[in-house]
Design a protein around this ligand. Structure first.
Ligand code: HEM
Length: 214
């Protein structure tokens, strides 16, 4: 029997999700022990990742399969620019080089965009569904850790056009399940989602050494 893609992705990445939760970076994040410098530098990595993800989404927005999860309301690039401008206080964060792990992540997105567009579904799912889920807990942690008194610096966690996250996630999963994919392709997408989790883990690990070469 063939599982709907949304179940297949959730079940097939459970272990990768657990591993991501256990990385030292995420643990420190949850414990409120990240410095503002490290957190800001993490946002720079996310800026490069979402820039790639969103550029390639725009390019393939009419794709017969990937186009079904074309939701500009999820876009994070502009929100990241707002947060980066706030935390770097006018300094040139644009000049900070991405970590090697981030460059590799971006390269993977670009190569799928050229060679196998359906593979981008996995990257879309791994980042945006995660942002809509655990992301809300992270928002509270960031607010507390850095003593933020307003919404400034928290744009990354806010989806102003999505009022009901759980309803949105249901609609998103329905789109995934409507995709005309055979079992082999679905499995390849789940494999790619595990790869996406691994690429995220490598970026988290690079934050712990925090030099542009990592
Ligand atoms: C300690 C850190 C994390 C916590 C506490 C956390 C928490 C959660 C929770 C509670 C859900 C379920 C929400 C629901 O059922 O509606 C969820 C789903 C998800 N998370 Fe995380 N998460 C964490 C880290 C991550 C990371 C690092 C990623 C990826 C980079 C990620 C990606 C996802 C995805 C893709 C889903 C959707 C699963 C699905 O329903 O198919 N999470 N997370």
């Amino acid at each position: 029997m063939v599982f709907p893609l949304s179940d297949h992705l959730r079940e097939g990445t459970k272990e990768a999700h657990r591993q991501a939760e256990r990385t030292p970076f995420i643990r420190q994040f949850f414990a409120g022990r990240l410095s503002l410098d490290v957190y800001s530098e993490f946002l720079v990595q996310l800026f490069h990742i979402y820039t790639a993800l969103e550029e390639h989404q725009e390019h393939h927005r009419k794709h017969s399969v990937f186009g079904r999860i074309y939701y500009p309301s999820l876009y994070r690039r502009n929100a990241l620019i707002q947060d980066l401008n706030y935390f770097y206080e006018g300094n040139h964060w644009e000049d900070i080089l991405p970590h090697k792990a981030t460059v590799n992540y971006v390269k993977r997105i670009a190569s799928l965009s050229n060679e196998w567009v359906e593979g981008l579904i996995a990257h879309h799912y791994t980042r945006y569904l995660g942002d809509l889920s655990g992301g809300q807990v992270l928002r509270r942690i960031v607010k507390k850790t850095f003593n933020l008194s307003s919404n400034e610096g928290l744009a990354f966690y806010d989806f102003p056009q999505i009022t009901d996250h759980s309803q949105f996630k249901d609609a998103y999963r329905a789109q995934l399940d409507s995709m005309p994919l055979d079992e082999i392709t679905s499995q390849k997408i789940v494999d790619e989602a595990n790869h996406a989790f691994a690429l995220n883990r490598k970026v988290f690990d690079s934050m712990m050494t925090s030099t542009a070469e990592d």
